[in-house]
Design a binder for this molecule. Structure first.
Ligand SMILES: *Cc1c(COP(=O)(O)O)cnc(C)c1O
Length: 388
């Protein structure tokens, strides 16, 4: 829908749409994203298979311990994905029918879906024009007697203004559900993303900083919330292996097969984070002074880990089509949640709309070479020349 990809499969007859889409991704010479897995992960997965403990076990506990330490939180619970974490995070703090949660209109849709799936009501607000994170002033204006929580998203690895948001939450007695799905390693004033919220999540989908194929965690520093979260992920009990259930809950567990991959990924994390920052610097270097190409600005209070190398241009679709001819994979920005068929919210979200109209994510794999970045930059310049 956002870039005409959806219709592609109609022309390929018997092929399933998703399969056709994957095939095109495989044919990209410089893919939009590529996860970085290898021998390290393979060896750890083999250990799990040899030990014959496939479901959650020692690997998962170690993975949780390492992430809690990295993010500076007391508790970390591994899950099947981050959406599950957002849902049970809101369940654990007691949200439900009649409660409003304020969330940004510019985000990946799971942030907002989780509010509905937890039984509460999303209230969308616009984002800051420069950082694309939830606008604290818009949050304040949207607060009603039913508001229970704010759901900031550190979108594209830029931290939301946690000073202002935490202050608003404290004054108005609101919870913070922190969507750090794209923000492993990001900091705001020296404090790690994921450590600000009453609950927070990380995602490990293949295009996130580290991947387990699918996976996520929910984190908290509250012992009480940790117990509730355990119940919510674990069929309403604190431990597997017993059949007494206090609550009706989900099975949102993961497996040691996956968290073994996660332990391998954590060894690579410093290199992955450095690679993401280097990519953006190289794009800036190779595209400096190019008319009509702008880079997003950065709040100096943040340590940013670019989830994507992003630029703003006049016609991101035309540029993306141009680059696709050379096997360069790009992505448009998120389609505004307010405009999604499943929400279709009225209201004014100019910064969200503008981000969608102008934004383009360039190839962003942490393993990209400077040669490839220079090639992409060259093709962007070529596009500009052709249009004049
Ligand atoms: C990826 C992502 C999610 C969902 O994570 P899953 O692990 O795919 O469920 C939620 N919010 C944001 C901002 C994301 O990027």
């Amino acid at each position: 829908m956002s870039d005409g990809e959806g219709l592609e499969y109609l022309q390929v007859g018997a092929e399933l749409p998703y399969y056709a889409y994957q095939k095109r991704l495989k044919s990209e010479k410089i893919p939009y994203y590529e996860s970085w897995v290898g021998e390290e992960e393979l060896a750890l997965v083999m250990e799990v298979i040899r030990d014959n403990w496939i479901s959650e076990g020692p690997k998962t506990r170690e993975f949780e311990r390492r992430l809690a330490e990295f993010c500076g939180v007391r508790h970390c619970l591994a899950l099947c994905n981050a959406t599950a974490g957002l849902i049970i995070g809101q369940k654990a703090i007691g949200l439900g029918p009649g409660d409003e949660v304020i969330a940004p209109a510019f985000t990946f849709i799971a942030s907002v879906n989780s509010i509905v799936l937890a039984g509460a009501t999303p209230v969308l607000v616009d984002v800051d024009a420069r950082t694309l994170t939830i606008d604290p002033e818009a949050v304040e204006k949207a607060i009603t007697p039913r508001t229970k929580a704010i759901l900031p998203v550190h979108i594209y690895g830029h931290a939301a203004d946690m000073d202002r948001l935490c202050e608003i939450a404290r004054k108005r007695r609101l919870f913070i559900v922190e969507d750090s799905a794209q923000a492993l390693g990001v900091e705001f004033k020296g404090k790690r993303a994921g450590s600000f919220g009453d609950v927070s999540v990380l995602s490990f989908f293949p295009d996130k900083a580290i991947t387990l194929g699918e996976g996520g965690v929910v984190m908290t520093s509250s012992d009480e919330l940790q117990r509730k979260l355990l119940m919510w992920k674990n069929d309403g009990r604190l431990e597997r292996g017993m059949y007494l259930h206090d609550l009706v809950c989900y099975n949102f567990r993961t497996t040691d097969l996956q968290t073994a991959v996660g332990l391998g990924q954590l060894k690579r994390l410093p290199e992955i984070l450095a690679g993401k920052r280097r990519n953006l610097e190289l794009y800036r270097k190779h595209l400096s002074g190019v008319k009509g190409v702008e880079f997003p600005s950065e709040d100096p209070r943040c340590h940013i880990v670019p989830h994507r190398s992003n630029i703003y241009v006049d016609d991101p679709q035309a540029l993306s089509d141009h680059l696709a001819q050379y096997g360069v994979g790009c992505r448009r920005f998120y389609y505004p949640v307010n405009r999604q068929p499943c929400y279709n919210v009225s209201g004014s979200f100019p910064n969200t709309e503008n981000a969608y109209e102008k934004g383009l994510s360039l190839p962003s794999a942490p393993t990209l070479s400077e040669d490839k970045i220079a090639f992409v930059a060259e093709k962007i310049k070529e596009f500009n020349r052709n249009r004049r």
